[in-house]
Structure formats: C-alpha cells, structure tokens
Design a protein around this ligand. Structure first.
Ligand SMILES: Cc1ncc(COP(=O)(O)O)c(C=O)c1O
Length: 399
C-alpha cells in the first residue's frame, strides 16, 4: 500500500489516541529503520526504550521463529516451559524470588498495586491500603496505574480515580516521611523518572526510602518498566543505588520488542498471591517468553551489552556536554548508561520534527523541553556523532 493511503486509512479507522508523525515505518535492523517510502532513519527512540538489542536482533528473531513453529499460545492452566525458564533467569539475576507475567508496563504496575494491597490487608488489616507515589511519575494508563501516575494531565477526564493514592515530590525524603500515615501500605517509585523528564534522584535517596519503608513496615515497589533491562548500564537501575525493593515491575525492553510485562517480588510478599488472586490470559505466553529469554540471555551473555552501554553512554553524554558549552539553550544533560535527557530552554518539538526530517528519531518529554535519547544499547559512536552534529546544527538555527 502507498504510504499516503496508509496514513489516510490510519486517520479513518484508528481511534485518535496518538499524534503520529506522517511516517510509516516498515523495516528495521539494528539502529536503523526504514519508511515505506524507502527513507532511512537512525532510531534514537528505540520504540520508547523497548528495542534494547536494536531492531530484529537475529537471536530474538530466531527465538520467535522457532517458538512459533513449536507452540504459540497455551493457557496458564498448564506449565509453560519458556515461562519457567524466563522466570528462573529473572530470579537468578535480581533480588526477587518469584515472578508473575503479564503483557505491558501498566499491567505489571496494576498487578504490583494489587499485590501490595493484598499483602497489607493480610498482614495489617483492611485499613492499610494507601500507596505513596511521586509527582511527575508515570506508571501507565490503566485506572490504578493512572491514579498512581503523578501527573494530572493524564488523569483529567477519567475521574473518579482509584482511591488510596498520595503523591509527594520525587527525591524529597522529608516529604515522603511526612506523607506516611497509619493507612500507608507501600511506596511506588520509578528509580529514575522517565516520562517526567529523565529525572535522577540523589545517590542516597532510594536507600533512604528503603530505610523509611523498613521502619514503617511498608513495601517498596520500583517501577523499572523504562529503566530495566540494561538501559542504565546495569541490568536493573536499583543496582546503582545500594538497595533492593520488595517488588519490581518490568516491561518495555523485556521482550526486545515483543510485548511482555513482569511483576517480580520476594517470596514473603509473593506468598499472598494464591490461585485466583490474579491472572492474565496472555501473560507469560510461550512466544513472548521465548523473545524475552533471547533478549535477556543476549544482555547477560558475556557482559558485552552492559559494558558497551556504559562506555558508549559516557561517550554520548560527553559529546552532549561539549555541545552545552556552546549552546546556552541547553540547561542540563543527565543520564546513566543509555538513558539520557537533554533539558533545553524551549519547546523540543521543532527539534524533534527537524530531526525526523533529517532521518533521526528522537522524542521529547517532561513537559516538552527535555529531549530524550533511549536508543538500542548497541548504538555506536558514529551514530551518536550523526545525532550530535545534527543537534548542533539545529540548536544554532531558529526553528
Ligand atoms: C516507568 C513506566 N511505567 C509504566 C509505563 C507503562 O507501560 P505500558 O505503556 O507498557 O503500559 C511506562 C511507559 O512509558 C513507563 O515509562
């Protein structure tokens, strides 16, 4: 089909929940994607932090092909070999003892919220159900995840929201402490805020949150949907911060592009989920798990991916920091690994559009003035150079 016709049909048949760029992406390999018109793009958005190994990584493609030939879907009424293998891999490489699989980040957070409520009810009674989350956080679009999200713009029009959530400023331990009452059961945080504008906590914040949670017998839940799977140079972002959570959620990069989400927890917490407590028809589907196993094994294989992510991430930030010296529109460069934000003094959309025009995919977040770079973890220096040179040119122009 002609790209113009695809776009016309898209407007006609799809609900208008996205402001899409007028581009139809049809093929991808590594850092590159191609439009239906043949135009080539460097993908610094990576499906919004999803394509951790790049597009169509051979190991992921082969794993999906092989699994599709064997069996695509069976019910969770039966034991599913790839699901168990994936759970084992996640447990062996994290703080967690048990895993529940679902299909997206919002679903994983929804499951985490249910788990925290059930745990608290069983241990402390029915009056202790409140969850504290951070302002500027993002946890997804289902109703409880949306309520947990600390940004009113996503919630407007969907009231009444779910009762039992409180928001406090991120990285403010005093604010968190004063928000705790006899009703609080858990704290839910992104270790580094993504949609809020790539916002980092101070080095000791999460460890102090851990102490606070221990002191008040609260569960600490980390939403690693965006930061997990090697994005920050460690498999999980909490590993940077000298602490472990009780519950963690994953999605985005977990399947290397194939939809899958996961809820991870310690044995003690997971024990309150019994048959019937929670479920998902597709959660832990053999095909999704095969893709995730291939992704995780490739990341863990010989340490190369994480080492590369750290080295190349440092190069990327250094190049952007050099750019900052000459452009006073750049307020801040922040990042860990390949989770990088560039805060500017103006609206980022004209820059995003101009990059698209010139064959580079990026996006902006955090109120529109933070350019976010979350490329595949296999991005090379020469590709970073292309982006940085383009940014240099665009920042020098009045767009
Ligand atoms: C930190 C975080 N949590 C949850 C979500 C929601 O994930 P999904 O879109 O897969 O439901 C996102 C998506 O951007 C996210 O960044």
């Amino acid at each position: 089909m002609e790209p113009r016709k695809i776009i016309e049909d898209s407007e006609h048949y799809l609900m208008h929940t996205y402001n899409r760029f007028p581009v139809v992406l049809r093929k991808g390999r590594g850092m590159k994607v191609w439009g239906a018109d043949g135009k080539e793009y460097l993908d610094f958005l990576g499906g919004i932090a999803v394509n951790v190994l790049g597009h169509c990584h051979p190991k992921v493609v082969i794993a999906i092909q092989k699994q599709a030939q064997r069996i695509i879907h069976v019910s969770n009424f039966y034991h599913i070999e790839p699901q168990i293998k994936l759970a084992r891999l996640l447990v062996m490489n994290s703080f967690a003892d048990k895993v529940f699989f679902c299909n997206s980040g919002a679903e994983a957070n929804e499951a985490a919220i249910k788990l925290a409520r059930k745990y608290s009810r069983e241990h402390y009674g029915s009056e202790r159900y409140e969850i504290i989350t951070a302002l500027k956080s993002f946890h997804g679009r289902t109703l409880a995840a949306l309520t947990a999200t600390g940004q009113e713009k996503f919630q407007q029009g969907f009231e009444p929201l779910v009762p039992g959530f409180k928001h406090v400023p991120f990285n403010d331990i005093r604010a968190l402490e004063s928000a705790i009452t006899g009703k609080t059961c858990a704290v839910l945080l992104e270790p580094i805020q993504g949609e809020g504008g790539v916002i980092f906590p101070s080095d000791d914040y999460l460890a102090r949150v851990r102490e606070l949670c221990d002191r008040h017998s609260l569960l600490l839940m980390l939403d690693e949907v965006q930061t997990g799977m090697g994005r920050t140079g460690k498999l999980f972002a909490y590993e940077h911060y000298n602490m472990t959570p009780d519950i963690m959620t994953l999605a985005k990069g977990l399947g290397g592009g194939f939809p899958i989400g996961a809820l991870l927890a310690t044995d003690k917490v997971a024990a309150v989920f019994k048959p019937g407590s929670h479920a998902s028809t597709f959660g832990g589907n053999p095909l999704a798990c095969a893709a995730a196993i291939a992704t995780l094994e490739t990341i863990l294989e010989d340490g190369f991916v994480l080492e590369h992510c750290n080295r190349i991430g440092a190069y990327f930030r250094e190049r952007l920091t050099q750019l900052k010296e000459y452009h006073d529109q750049i307020v801040d460069i922040r990042g860990k690994g390949l989770f990088i934000g560039m805060e500017i003094t103006r609206d980022g959309m004209p820059i995003v559009n101009a990059c698209l025009e010139r064959g580079v995919l990026i996006n902006c977040t955090g109120g529109g003035n933070v350019l976010r770079f979350v490329p595949p973890l296999i991005v090379e220096e020469k590709e970073i150079d292309v982006l940085v040179e383009l940014l240099e040119e665009l920042l020098g122009r009045s767009l």
